[in-house]
Write a protein that binds this ligand. Structure first.
Ligand code: ACM
Length: 668
């Protein structure tokens, strides 16, 4: 650990342009000198013949060429500047627990990447890419020795394609970004009350009647699985049963506990509809369904959901109740455990291991199932203690739009795991972040995943001791920019969405406001009570980022100025510039909003932002004169800020934070 901490200090102090490594490698030892990237750059692959790895290295060089503007020679064995030595290709598809380690040595002469498997080689290429910075002599990589391997073998992103359909290009661009931060599991939530998203040839009414025409063909599914495989990512499909199944029942009402008819869900929230666990026909259907779907998804693990099953229909059904009595099933949880055991056997005979949300935990289930903990961290340790393997998702819900620091602070090996023995701890496989899609669309989903997902990726990959928030944010913000070149559009859609809100008029005043707010997540949006799957997601709350990078910078500046007003002149000037901008923005914003119904809800926010700007300027004046602000002023501003901290128009006015720091004289 000591060596690790020491290395990181070196990285941040010794380099002019600091490479933003994320996730942080286990060991980074800087050498002297650097490798200059120029048109003689050439990568050579030394391994067992492996066309897929060759293609990956080719893609890597092509990206490097675009990044540096240097036409590069691509792959070639003569005088390579980057030598990739991959001991063995490994399995055809990525598998849980394979060796993902690599070492990377860079000198002024060249770089050598060594990995036992294709997975490790891909991770090493990613790290090499992150080491490229612009120096005085052009693009360069510092001389360095890196040894790296993941802390957890299961590092996932769950994408919900059911609530809002996510087109193929959204899925693929997110796979590219996942690979860039060494995530290795794409958990694909493919069916829910609001949509059944996979073509089924055996039961075509599933996608024909359950998807509004928005589904993936089987060829498309295969293309995603191959695309993920080539990037070292496993694809774990989820078909959530027996609850969350309304979309199945539209075409096949006979599977339901109630007779139907059913319609595709348009509202959010938990539905009462559930498959009928008492009829053999349900299991016969699932048997055929799994036969088809397990052939599409090669991964060993198959997710059956199992969350939030409402007992109401089962309790009210005479058939289900008679069945429960006959089988000694005392309540709905016992009925679900019976159902899960049947399902588990159907999947086991096809070589699959079941994974489910934590509600599936029941003593009657075999110990090889994997539990995905979403309701709290305790159930993960509990599952591990009972002999189950588990992954953590509680604390990694991206749809709650919490700051990166919150997610970064959540560790699968939390205090609850302290009482576990070594073997039990090894059952904690890692974690998955969840991108539930009630309040995102194809246009906004990237901005709700990235860049915060990179912070979680680091939590799951890097040593537990990586905890420095300043370092994390600095690197995350740098990596965020780089991620856009991989294809995700988390930054790109911001400006066009603001311009759309202004009806095509110059959007600068809205931009000033948008930079000063943060979008709110599932809870506040659900409480607003106005959303269905048909509601356009086109408001400031959708365009605004979950966490304002510019406000964070102002908070840091405010803390420095409050602590040392005379010694932080550049920070004070930056604050003054931004506060003045806020103060002057309202008149322009009100003019822009005058006849625009889309902006009407933002008028009070804009006035508040101006008030914050004016208050901030007064506080800076006082600090610069060495005076304490008047008590009455402080009291009035404190009251105002308390009011402004309540969300409006489903956004937070983040701009309160730097002003609050000044108001409190730098105290928290
Ligand atoms: C869940 O969030 N219902 C797994």
């Amino acid at each position: 650990m000591l060596r690790f901490a020491f290395s990181i200090t070196l990285i941040s102090s010794a380099l002019a342009a600091t490479p933003a490594l994320m996730p942080l490698p286990v060991t980074v030892r800087l050498g002297t000198g650097k490798l200059i990237l120029d048109k003689t750059f050439r990568a050579a692959l030394v391994s067992a013949p492996d066309t897929r790895l060759k293609a990956s290295v080719g893609r890597f060089v092509e990206r490097l060429s675009r990044q540096t503007g240097i036409p590069m020679l691509g792959l070639g064995n003569a005088a390579p500047k980057l030598r990739v030595e991959c001991a063995g290709a490994g399995s055809e598809y990525p598998v849980l627990g394979e060796d993902e380690s690599y070492t990377l040595d860079v000198t002024s002469e060249g770089a050598v990447l060594k990995a036992p498997t294709r997975a490790g080689a891909l991770h090493g290429l990613g790290t090499f890419g992150q080491l490229v910075t612009l120096g005085p002599g052009g693009f360069e990589v510092p001389a360095v020795h890196i040894e790296d391997k993941p802390r957890f073998p299961w590092r996932g992103l769950m994408m919900d394609s059911a609530r809002h359909f996510m087109p193929l290009e959204v899925v693929k661009r997110n796979l590219d970004a996942m690979a860039a931060v060494k995530l290795n599991v794409f958990h694909w939530h493919l069916a829910d009350d609001q949509g059944f998203r996979v073509e089924s040839t055996r039961f075509p009414k599933l996608h024909q009647e359950g998807s509004d025409g928005l589904f993936y063909t089987q060829d498309e599914i295969r293309s995603v699985v191959a695309y993920a495989r080539d990037r070292g990512i496993r694809v774990v499909p989820e078909f959530d049963i027996p609850g969350h199944t309304t979309a199945w029942l539209v075409g096949y009402p006979e599977l339901g506990t109630n007779p139907g008819p059913y319609e595709i869900g348009r509202k959010w929230g938990v539905y009462e509809n559930a498959l009928d666990p008492s009829r053999e026909e349900t299991y016969a259907f699932l048997d055929t369904f799994f036969e088809e779907m397990t052939a599409l998804f090669p991964d060993r693990y198959f997710h059956i959901g199992g969350d939030e099953v409402e007992a109401k229909q089962w309790n009210a059904s005479a058939r289900v109740q008679t069945f429960a009595k006959q089988n000694n099933l005392k309540d709905a949880h016992a009925i679900q455990a019976y159902f899960n055991q049947r399902v588990q056997k159907l999947l086991q005979k096809r070589g699959k291991i079941v994974i489910g949300w934590d509600e599936v935990l029941h003593p009657d289930l075999p110990r090889d199932i994997v539990v995905q903990s979403w309701q709290g961290q305790k159930s993960l340790a509990e599952a591990a203690a009972k002999g189950y393997r588990g992954i953590l998702s509680w604390g990694y819900y991206l749809d709650h739009l919490r700051p990166a620091a919150f997610h970064y602070g959540v560790d699968p090996m939390a205090a609850d795991a302290d009482s576990l023995g070594q073997e039990q701890r090894s059952r904690i496989l890692g974690g998955e972040m969840c991108m539930w899609a009630e309040y995102v669309t194809a246009e906004t989903v990237d901005s709700r995943i990235w860049p915060r997902a990179a912070a979680i990726a680091e939590r799951l990959w890097s040593p537990a001791a990586s905890r420095d928030l300043e370092s994390m944010y600095a690197r995350m913000e740098a990596v965020s920019r780089v991620l856009e070149w991989t294809g995700v559009q988390h930054r790109a859609n911001y400006a066009p969405m603001l311009e759309r809100l202004t009806g095509g008029r110059p959007s600068e005043p809205l931009r000033v406001l948008a930079d000063a707010v943060e979008g709110l997540g599932l809870g506040p949006r659900a409480r607003a009570g106005k959303y269905t799957s048909l509601t356009p997601m086109n408001r400031l709350a959708d365009a605004a980022r979950p966490e304002s990078e510019s406000v964070r910078a102002l908070e840091l500046a405010a803390a420095k100025v409050a602590a040392n007003p005379k010694g932080s002149l550049a920070d004070a000037a930056a604050l003054r510039r931004e506060f003045s901008r806020w103060a002057a923005n309202d008149a322009r914003f009100q003019e822009l909003a005058a006849e625009n119904p889309l902006l009407a809800e933002l008028k009070p926010l804009s006035r508040d932002l101006a008030a914050l700007g004016n208050a901030g300027l007064k506080l800076l004046d006082a600090l610069e004169k060495g005076q304490a602000p008047a008590a009455a002023f402080v009291a009035e501003q404190t009251r105002g800020i308390t009011r402004m901290e309540k969300p409006a128009a489903e956004v937070n006015l983040a701009a309160t934070r730097p002003v609050k720091v000044l108001l409190k004289g730098g105290k928290k």
